[in-house]
Ligand binder design. Structure first.
Ligand code: M6R
Length: 614
């Protein structure tokens, strides 16, 4: 979703801002823009629909000098993607420019009031209301920019991260947040702003994550100052970034998605490190130890998440029920928050999110906490909103995921849930120790199993050529493999734009079987687990209707090998670990199909990496 970058210092802001916008491209956007204050105190605003490179072309031979600037990538919500609707928006008098990520819910009321008072609007966006309101307040009360911003924000209902510059105060950016992320980077006589740390990490490791309802005064030569909406000074908590530039580059791969798929042996090793100890005999998850009583006394676990994280949550349901004997409900955060859910203090809510910024998941967390539930977060991005708004939690530690299609985060989320379930099972005594040790030992071998699975790359690339022009796919799985089927279908849909449906294999005969013919490939996830014999009959049912079957099976498989048209063999692992292994060939299959179709794999149309609006 929208991305913000800001710079104030002695370097040329434009270069830093453009580089920053490129770093934020992964979030998804449809237009970009930049506002700069030059040495003569002139405010220049340039915007362009489409890619950041369009903005760069547009800026050739324009005045892009100046040490203060803000920039933005827009993902349209109010008003179509256009030059005019792109940010920065500026005040009618051309003195103030503003970029915004989020939505202003009461923008219509504010806009009508401003129009009645003579303001003229040029865009269809909700954002323009903010900058016009700030100008209006500043002019009519003759107050400094900071007070005008604070007063304007007090009138606004909705979510925002904003950065504002004023040509009358050229060495300062005012930044603020509520429910949308914003990070401030502290340099030497220079300061940076970013929607996340990716545009900042190249220049400084010292950052401050702004909290909701805080406003920061970010100046070149003055220390950072943060106040709240009541004008009280807030504490400044400087953190050190654990992020390196190499993690943000493709490292020789043609796409981030492929790099991230191929990193999974290493990311899972990082995820497990220090958590599975004594050769697999013990599992320690510090967040669980801190919340021991809550887990032990939980009458129910509710897992909330969206998209791929929701698929990981579904696997969590099998894990927690199997290992800990705790009833589990899995909810789309966007549905949960509006379903008038029955929650109380004996519920334990787990929120899963790669970005840690998904608006619906954050809202679900807030609702659960207000109802008295204990909320545990599973996130990837360190310092993001979800870990800061939950009672306890665990990072998956898989490193930055840049490809919009989530891959390594999914396997990390499944792994962390497995570890949490094992830790609770040990505390509750719901699983024999020998069984836990057996799984622990296999978890330590997972990086090796993943490496072996990645060797299937060439086979899957060849296979993808056969199916590139299919119009529909069906993905089937049972038990732990059912969420994997959903995830495989989502991966294909989002990057290749081929319609795909994931289904519990046995449900096929209650409807989707009608779709099966020689034209529609069916991907069946059939590892050697306790439902294997059942899924063999599902394969037979598809074959009996002349469907083409691609089967993901365990090495050495005999029965399905004789039935399926194409067989992909993965290493044998305990049933609870199969999703980590079987999801990898599906990631590769969707990747290659999308590449064959010439699609933009890392930035698929209409999608955003971090969905910060509801
Ligand atoms: O950052 P989150 O895990 O909260 O994101 C949730 C979904 O938006 C995300 O998983 C989305 O479905 C991915 N593009 C799937 O690949």
């Amino acid at each position: 979703m929208c991305g913000i970058v800001g710079y104030v210092g002695d370097s040329n802001a434009y270069d830093i801002l453009i580089k920053g916008l490129h770093r934020l491209e992964y979030r998804g956007y449809d237009s970009a823009g930049v506002a700069l204050i030059n040495a003569d105190g002139k405010l220049n605003v340039y915007k362009a629909i489409g890619k950041v490179s369009n903005l760069e072309s547009f800026c050739t031979e324009k005045d892009v000098k100046g040490g203060t600037g803000i920039a933005h990538t827009r993902w349209a919500t109010h008003g179509e993607p256009s030059d005019c609707n792109a940010h920065p928006h500026f005040s009618e008098d051309g003195e103030i420019a503003l970029v915004h990520n989020g939505t202003i819910e009461n923008y219509k009321v504010l806009k009508d009031a401003l129009i009645e008072n003579g303001c003229k609007f040029v865009s269809e966006t909700d954002t323009e209301v903010l900058v016009q309101l700030i100008e209006y307040i500043k002019k009519h009360t003759k107050c400094p920019l900071l007070d005008a911003v604070r007063e304007a924000l007090r009138q606004v209902i909705g979510a925002y991260a904003i950065a504002v510059i004023d040509k009358n105060n050229p060495d300062t950016i005012i930044a603020a947040r509520k429910s949308s992320p914003l990070v401030i980077g502290i340099g030497n006589n220079e300061m940076f702003i970013g929607s996340d740390a990716t545009p900042i990490v190249e220049y400084t490791k010292e950052v401050v994550y702004l909290n909701d309802n805080e406003i920061a005064v970010v100046s070149k030569n003055a220390p950072l100052k943060i106040i709240n909406l009541d004008n009280e000074e807030a504490k400044i908590d400087v953190r050190s970034l654990e992020l390196s530039i190499s993690q943000l580059e493709k490292g020789g791969y043609p796409h981030f998605m492929l790099k991230e798929i191929f990193e999974q042996h290493a990311t899972l090793r990082d995820c497990i490190r220090g958590r599975v100890i004594d050769g697999g005999r013990n599992v320690i998850v510090s967040g669980v130890m801190d919340s021991k009583e809550k887990f032990l006394n939980a009458k129910r676990i509710i897992i909330v998440a969206c998209g791929t994280s929701w698929h990981a949550a579904l696997i969590g349901k099998y894990l927690f029920q199997d290992m800990c004997r705790i009833p589990v409900e899995v909810e789309y955060a966007s549905e949960f928050r509006y379903s008038n859910p029955v929650i109380d203090e004996r519920d334990l809510v787990i929120a899963i999110s790669q970005s840690g910024e998904t608006a619906d998941t954050l809202a679900a967390i807030q609702m659960a906490r207000e109802a008295g539930a204990y909320v545990y977060g599973i996130s990837n991005v360190v310092g993001s909103s979800i870990p800061r708004n939950t009672d306890a939690g665990t990072y998956i530690h898989v490193g930055p995921e840049i490809g919009v299609a989530s891959t390594k985060a999914f396997t990390g989320q499944v792994m962390v849930q497995t570890l949490i379930a094992m830790a609770i099972a040990e505390l509750k005594g719901t699983m024999p120790k020998e069984k836990l040790v057996e799984i622990g030992q296999e978890i330590l071998k997972i990086p090796e199993y993943v490496k072996q699975t990645l060797k299937l790359n060439d086979q899957i690339e060849r296979l993808s050529l056969i199916f590139t022009y299919a119009h529909n796919f069906l993905y089937l799985g049972r038990g732990y493999s059912y969420p994997v089927a959903l995830e495989g279908a989502l991966k294909l849909k989002e990057i290749s734009y081929i319609h795909a449906e994931g289904y519990p294999a046995a449900e096929m005969k209650h409807g989707p079987i009608a779709l099966i013919d020689a034209e529609m490939p069916t991907v069946i996830i059939a590892p050697n687990d306790h439902l294997y014999e059942k899924i063999v009959s599902n394969v037979q049912q598809v074959k009996a209707r002349h469907g083409s079957v691609i089967a993901i099976v365990t090495e050495g498989d005999k029965e399905i090998r004789n039935l399926a048209d194409h067989v992909i063999e993965v290493p044998a692992v305990p049933e609870c670990l199969t999703p980590i292994i079987t999801s990898i060939p599906l990631q590769l299959l969707s990747y290659y199909i999308a590449v064959n179709k010439g699609k933009n794999v890392d930035m698929p149309r209409n999608l955003a990496k971090s969905v910060t609006v509801e």
